[in-house]
Design a protein around this ligand. Structure first.
Ligand code: GLU
Length: 441
């Protein structure tokens, strides 16, 4: 039974980078009929905020990434303490007392000598008496997991064969001096207890994975399948880390991006499969293959989201958007027509507002100097409203006869005079929506 989890730390609003992780885990679970767990990694009481938990749930719900259950690390501290005891019992957990400054100094020395800056395990050489003395002096130390010196290997679902020499990694600190349990061990205990079979996360976790594999083995658990996706960059390959704050899901939602547009993009971006707009989650699930993703950094350009959103809206029937249309004040009798005409001319639902204003109040006409006479003549021929779907055809025929203008010379000045724009809806369908023609005078 496949079980995956999305495990955000509620220390900020989640962004497109987090979404990639959430979505991959979600799709794997759903594709195999398994379980998708939302795990809140809130072991840091200072930085974790309820506001962020609520916000990330809202973001996932907006996208339709429904979870089967929620787990919270802050409610499982006893389990982590048990695991720490087990590691102590088997001699894989030790207390170390170096201050951050001392560690820094050690690292600098190692680097100067051309050695990797790996913790030297000085604490392991201390005798019991020495340990008591230093504890009396400095208080509690941190607790480190003692890695076994060997190569740690796994077949990564995205990166392929991975082999990491544990001698190049410091024994990870699992409990801080103030007693706070750190994510590295909490995550291992959770993955074991919750029967997680597949872990997909960012490639910034590769070293964590190496140490966690040893922890799982030390605790007698089953190592899940790991896959590490590449990190997102901007369109030019630039780092996104500073900009991720502005790519929060809530901001994308507010800017009018549609869930299916975002999901269609993020479920395929960085894979060998093309990004195509999908109309529902089932299509995304069935076509999802984790091993189609590559290890190279993945370019993300948020400007691609609006055209995809526009495409999605073009497929929507009136019934799905009627509330938005009525909220603008569009009269019932023209609401459906308004939607059918406008949906091809918008990128987001927010664009409808200016189109409705234009229909209701008339557009500021755009009339080129050379067209003034032609437009004035045409306006005299324009019948009184309300207009119908016939109006444009009969009117432009009459204008053509009266002025001799045809083709672009006939249609473009009239479009600009009535809509103030060079592009826009099919004019025959648009005319019945137009309540006021400002270019008449
Ligand atoms: N809370 C961790 C993070 O957000 C979870 C990593 C993991 O998936 O194990 O980076």
């Amino acid at each position: 039974m496949t079980t995956t989890r999305f495990a955000p730390s509620p220390t900020g609003f989640i962004h497109v980078g987090n979404l990639r992780t959430a979505l991959m885990n979600y799709l794997i679970a759903r594709k195999s009929g398994g379980t998708f767990i939302l795990r809140i990694d809130d072991t840091d009481p200072e930085r974790s905020k309820e506001e962020y938990v609520d916000a990330l749930k809202k973001d996932l719900e907006w996208l339709g990434l429904h979870w089967d259950r929620v787990e919270r690390q802050s409610l499982r501290l006893d389990r982590y303490a048990d695991a720490a005891d087990s590691l102590r019992k088997i001699g894989r957990f030790y207390e170390a007392f170096e201050t951050p400054t001392e560690l820094d100094l050690k690292r600098k020395k190692q680097l100067n000598m051309g050695k990797p800056p790996v913790y030297d395990r000085a604490a392991l050489l201390m005798g019991d008496v020495e340990r008591e003395v230093i504890r009396a002096e400095r208080g509690r130390g941190v607790w480190r997991f003692k890695l076994e010196l060997q190569r740690i290997e796994w077949e990564d679902g995205i990166l392929g064969e991975i082999s990491i020499d544990s001698a190049s990694v410091s024994d990870p600190v699992l409990i801080r001096q103030d007693g706070q349990v750190l994510y590295t061990i909490a995550s291992v205990v959770d993955d074991m207890d919750m029967g997680i079979t597949d872990v997909v996360r960012g490639s910034d976790h590769v070293t964590n994975t190496a140490t966690q594999i040893q922890m799982i083995e030390a605790l007698g658990g089953i190592v899940p399948h790991f896959a590490h996706h590449s990190l997102l960059t901007g369109p030019q390959g630039e780092s996104l880390s500073k900009r991720l704050g502005t790519l929060a899901l809530r901001d994308l939602r507010e800017s009018g991006v549609q869930p299916m547009a975002l999901l269609s993009m993020m479920a395929r971006l960085g894979s060998s499969d093309p990004i195509e707009l999908r109309s529902n989650m089932d299509e995304l699930i069935s076509g999802f293959e984790i091993n189609h993703f590559g290890s190279a950094p993945t370019k993300f350009d948020e400007t691609d989201l609006l055209p995809l959103t526009g495409k999605y809206l073009q497929m929507l029937p009136f019934s799905e958007v009627q509330d938005n249309i009525y909220a603008l004040g569009v009269p019932v009798e023209m609401a459906e027509l308004f939607w059918l005409v406008m949906r091809d001319n918008i990128e987001t639902l927010g664009d409808l507002e200016s189109w409705w204003k234009l229909c209701r109040d008339g557009a500021e006409p755009v009339i080129e100097e050379g067209d003034a006479e032609f437009v004035a003549k045409a306006m005299i021929l324009l019948p009184d409203g309300p207009f119908t779907s016939e109006t444009w055809g009969t009117w432009t025929t009459a204008v053509k006869v009266a002025t001799g203008n045809k083709g672009r010379q006939l249609f473009m000045p009239l479009r600009k005079a009535l809509t103030g724009q060079t592009h826009g809806p099919d004019m025959a369908s648009f005319m019945p929506l137009l309540q006021v023609v400002k270019a008449r005078v």
